[in-house]
Design a protein. Structure first.
Length: 164
């Protein structure tokens, strides 16, 4: 029964010209807004979006190969390589050959990267505050639950990113 109601809702929205309230449009605008906000806040501490996740993953999981780190974060290896290059240039991570297989690079957080973690927490708290401004704790819980469901529907592989 849910499918026909959904189709009727989508048809009603597109027929009325209310594209700004269409779920896909809202999702795209929200995602873009979040990325712009996070980019601005992370730039204050010389990071790009996504790099905070790399630093935190290394701090939590210890040294990892680039492939293992990409899998933990649920991102493409080529994306991981670019992110690591920037983080290494900034002195937040170091890469060295694996002692047992020199074709594999092992990535490790540096003291400078570890010292950055309180600033990352501050930035993430500020992003959360701005995103949820005007919402009560129960509304935030509902929003988080709904977004997790949408994420699971769209990206089943995102299970690799979930906290264990």
């Amino acid at each position: 029964m849910a499918e026909p109601l959904l189709a009727e809702h989508v048809d009603a929205v597109t027929m009325s010209g209310e594209y700004d309230n269409d779920l896909s449009c809202l999702m795209a605008q929200t995602t873009r807004g979040h990325r712009v906000l996070l980019a601005a806040l992370l730039a204050e501490i010389d990071l790009y979006p996504g790099q905070e996740r790399v630093v935190n993953a290394l701090a939590e999981h210890g040294p990892k190969s680039q492939n293992a780190l990409a899998k933990i974060l649920g991102i493409d290896v080529s994306t991981m390589t670019k992110s690591l290059q920037r983080l290494e240039r900034s002195g937040f991570v170091s890469r060295s050959p694996c002692p047992t297989n020199r074709r594999i690079s092992v990535v490790e957080i540096t003291p400078a990267g570890d010292a950055l973690r309180p600033e990352i927490r501050r930035v993430m708290r500020e992003a959360h505050r701005r995103m949820t401004q005007g919402l009560g704790p129960e509304q935030i819980d509902v929003l988080s639950s709904l977004l997790a469901t949408v994420r699971d529907n769209l990206c089943p592989e995102a299970a690799t990113c979930r906290p264990t």
